[in-house]
Design a protein around this ligand. Structure first.
Ligand SMILES: *[C@@H]1O[C@H](CO)[C@@H](O)[C@H](O)[C@H]1NC(C)=O
Ligand SMILES: *[C@@H]1O[C@H](CO)[C@@H](O)[C@H](O)[C@H]1NC(C)=O
Ligand SMILES: *[C@@H]1O[C@H](CO)[C@@H](O)[C@H](O)[C@H]1NC(C)=O
Ligand SMILES: *[C@@H]1O[C@H](CO)[C@@H](O)[C@H](O)[C@H]1NC(C)=O
Length: 325
């Protein structure tokens, strides 16, 4: 008698467990479509995020690993009354903007730790470049990322005539710094606009009016080589970069340091342990801690820093300045 009860119970338990497993399966299938192309597994999500066939869409999406409360933690002072872009930046705009680049690996490469590290690294640059924090600011100097969305007192309109055929300046347009990884100069607005299919050459002001576009332009910069033949900041960060002999000679190694070298090496790299470099590194480490990954996962100083690295893009000698960048 008793044995019967036990086996009946076991049967029910097994049924219940398999139901749970089935439910988990169909939940998975409900969100992710999978196919194989030449032995490669490709996925796309049925929701709007990561909805193009890609190996990267088989993994968790950015909004799976990075949620609104985390965005609020990272940029906790951005809407304080003394900030300069109150109400402009929000989580939703970032997630919308990231969507174009998730199928290409932005925030979707590697395991969850790598995903979080890339988000922290990207925001490390963004935070450092848009901060209005200073030594004694409440919350500390690192809590003030996304305080700005544009350069406050531009000293010029950043029109480089060398590009007058490719990216002619629009009369009256000002190409001062705007956005999350601020864009300067007509040719950078031109190139970003081409990539995003928005007429930024005629309307650079769109970047300071639309946070989604501002984040898109920043993620475009992170995902795109600054010069043809070079890796993108994303590539050097996630390990998609084949080092050349020149890289080795110039002491360039994969990691956060090399991302600074690509984005603004001239200001930060190859000059020893200087402030402009350390400020960016500090933001990255602050964010990686807040995301719960922990700065010990950021690697040793050799990969974090670019203090001793030769520049990817050294400034051209004066006679050919206009041909640079
Ligand atoms: C997907 O995630 C797994 C582990 O979570 C990782 O090993 C793999 O590299 C990721 N896929 C891609 C294409 O990065
Ligand atoms: C995630 O991947 C990194 C290599 O990119 C590896 O060192 C680490 O152990 C992995 N973490 C987990 C939790 O699998
Ligand atoms: C902001 O930019 C995004 C991305 O380019 C675009 O889809 C959206 O329509 C823009 N919003 C407004 C109000 O123009
Ligand atoms: C390596 O550096 C030399 C000297 O700076 C340069 O002429 C050459 O084009 C570089 N090669 C590559 C592949 O970048």
């Amino acid at each position: 008698m008793e044995a019967k009860w036990v086996s009946a119970f076991a049967v029910i338990a097994i049924l219940y467990l398999s139901l749970l497993l089935l439910a988990a399966d169909s939940l998975d299938d409900g969100k992710t479509l999978v196919k194989k192309v030449k032995g490669k597994k490709l996925c796309k999500k049925t929701e709007w995020e990561c909805n193009q066939w890609s190996v990267y869409c088989c993994n968790e999406t950015i909004s799976d690993v990075f949620q609104v409360y985390q965005f609020e933690n990272l940029f906790s002072k951005r809407n304080s009354p003394v900030a300069h872009a109150v109400g402009f930046w929000d989580y939703q705009s970032f997630i919308l903007a990231a969507n174009i680049y998730e199928p290409l690996g932005f925030g979707t490469t590697g395991n969850k730790t790598m995903q979080m590290k890339e988000i922290a690294a990207f925001f490390g640059h963004v935070g450092a470049k848009t901060s209005c924090g200073y030594g004694v600011a409440t919350g500390g100097p690192l809590a003030w990322g996304l305080c700005y969305n544009k350069e406050m007192s531009p000293s010029q309109s950043y029109c480089d005539d060398f590009y007058k055929f490719e990216y002619p300046c629009t009369p009256g347009a000002e190409y001062y710094g705007r956005g999350a990884l601020p864009i300067y100069w007509n040719y950078n607005y031109g190139a970003a606009g081409e990539a995003l299919k928005v007429d930024l050459l005629n309307h650079p002001e769109y970047i300071e009016q639309n946070a989604t576009l501002a984040f898109q332009a920043a993620i475009w910069r992170w995902m795109t080589p600054v010069k043809e033949g070079q890796p993108s900041p994303h590539d050097v960060f996630v390990g998609n970069w084949k080092l050349t002999k020149n890289d080795t000679l110039a002491k360039r190694v994969p990691g956060f340091g090399a991302t600074m070298n690509l984005l603004y090496g001239e200001l930060t790299c190859g000059k020893g342990d200087i402030d402009p470099m350390n400020v960016v590194i500090s933001h990255y480490l602050y964010y990686i801690d807040l995301l719960g990954v922990g700065r010990e996962q950021a690697g040793p100083n050799e990969v974090l820093s670019c203090a001793e690295q030769g520049l990817f893009n050294p400034p051209a000698p004066p006679s050919t300045t206009a041909a640079a960048s």
